[in-house]
Design a protein around this ligand. Structure first.
Ligand code: SAM
Ligand code: SF4
Ligand code: SF4
Length: 355
């Protein structure tokens, strides 16, 4: 770790604290809201191997980000478990002095008990497994590769048994798609120690045909669960926590709700995102990134790269969700009205940047 560099702040006074690293743009699922088959078909041009950062390049950049203030790293994708050498990368990242939290988000399809144990042994501490439904018909309609719910439930068990607990379970709620699964998901994971995190469906990328009408607002998600399993709010774990926490009044655990559309949290957004090819994005909704791979491969030394990170972060002004929501009105218990989402701009895809 480099000695005592000042904390970076962007133009809105937000520090650089979190980094999401996408380790691949490939995935073995074709979730309809993320990599719809019509767009990500057999002829889709994924990144070439030499375009993707090597494990060493990722680890070097991660260390420099930590020097510049990052304390939490989450590995994502595409599907991070399709990346060869993932455990080696985890080992390298876990060894970075000053990094306080290292986690991973996965669809669970490749998370066998042996892999969960290997990731834990390499230094991973926490894992999030995505699961959008408990009903097989609904889930298979979403993942579009006929993957069964039981496979993801086994992955969640494998993670817990490997001491990657508490496991967080991400459910993207899409109106008319899987909203009838909100309460069954709560029922399934209450009392297990796992934490379901309900995520409002976001207008990321250009290919999922997002419409505001498909968003079930966080307030409505909480209301539906509360009707069956009474809830009460819990304070944040730390300032700037993205998920709002609720706990079951009967002591059966807690849930999180991520209201990126109805109640955005740009004001506390301390997150940077690195794509698999080494582009740095300062917002999930950015249309262009900063090419750090070119900087790395030009032979830049650590000081130059740290200075580059400082310049990029120092100019950051993003607050896309706040601006979108300023055009949006909550018009009823389950309805939002207004913004259309910037479907016209060439924005990056969720599968490219990893959420
Ligand atoms: N493949 C891994 C997985 O699905 O967990 C990691 C990458 S995936 C892009 C990361 C998270 O983003 C997943 O939990 C996924 O459900 C979520 N996601 C994808 N598209 C989304 C959208 N349009 N709105 C909200 N969340 C989305
Ligand atoms: Fe793959 Fe994850 Fe996107 Fe689904 S959400 S297509 S699993 S990257
Ligand atoms: Fe952060 Fe951009 Fe999301 Fe706002 S819209 S919370 S700035 S990533």
């Amino acid at each position: 770790m480099s000695p005592e560099l000042p904390v970076l702040a962007d133009t809105r006074g937000r520090a650089l604290r979190d980094l999401r690293i996408s380790v691949t743009d490939r995935c073995n699922f074709r979730c309809v809201y993320c990599m719809p088959r019509e767009v990500f078909g057999a002829d889709h041009a994924f990144l070439d191997r030499k375009e993707v950062l090597s494990l060493e390049e990722i680890a070097r950049l991660a260390g420099l980000f930590v020097d510049r203030g990052v304390r939490k790293i989450r590995l994502t994708g595409g599907e991070p478990l399709v990346r060869r050498g993932l455990e080696t990368l985890v080992e390298k990242l876990a060894a970075i002095p000053g990094l306080e939290d290292l986690s991973l988000t996965t669809n669970g399809s490749l998370l066998t008990p042996a892999r969960a144990r290997a990731l834990r042994a390499a230094g991973l501490r926490r894992i999030t497994v995505s699961l959008d439904a408990l009903d097989d018909v609904v889930f298979k309609r979403i993942n579009d590769v006929n993957f069964p719910v039981s496979g993801v439930l086994r992955a969640i068990d494998a993670a817990a048994e490997a001491d990657l607990a508490p496991v967080k379970v991400n459910m993207v709620v899409k109106g008319g798609g899987n909203e009838d699964q909100i309460v069954p998901m709560a029922r399934q994971f209450r009392g297990t120690g796992h934490i379901v995190r309900y995520i409002e469906y976001m207008d990321v990328g250009n290919s999922n045909g997002w419409e505001l009408a498909d968003v079930v607002p966080a307030g409505e998600i909480v209301r539906r669960i509360d009707e069956t399993f009474p809830l009460e709010p819990v304070g944040a774990n730390y300032p700037g926590e993205v998920a709002k926490r609720w706990r079951y009044r009967d002591g059966a655990g807690e849930i999180g709700v991520i209201s990126s559309v109805s109640q955005p949290f740009c004001g506390g957004c301390t997150r940077a995102r690195l794509s698999a090819e080494g582009r740095l994005y300062t917002c999930l909704f950015a249309t262009s990134g900063h090419d750090l791979r070119a900087v790395l491969r030009s032979g830049a030394d650590d000081d130059e790269i740290r200075a580059r990170l400082a310049r990029i972060w120092g100019r950051r002004d993003d607050r896309y969700s706040e601006l979108r929501t300023a055009e949006t009105r909550v018009t009823g218990p389950r309805a939002l009205e207004g913004a259309r989402g910037a479907q016209t701009a060439a924005r990056i895809e969720m599968s490219y940047i990893g959420g």
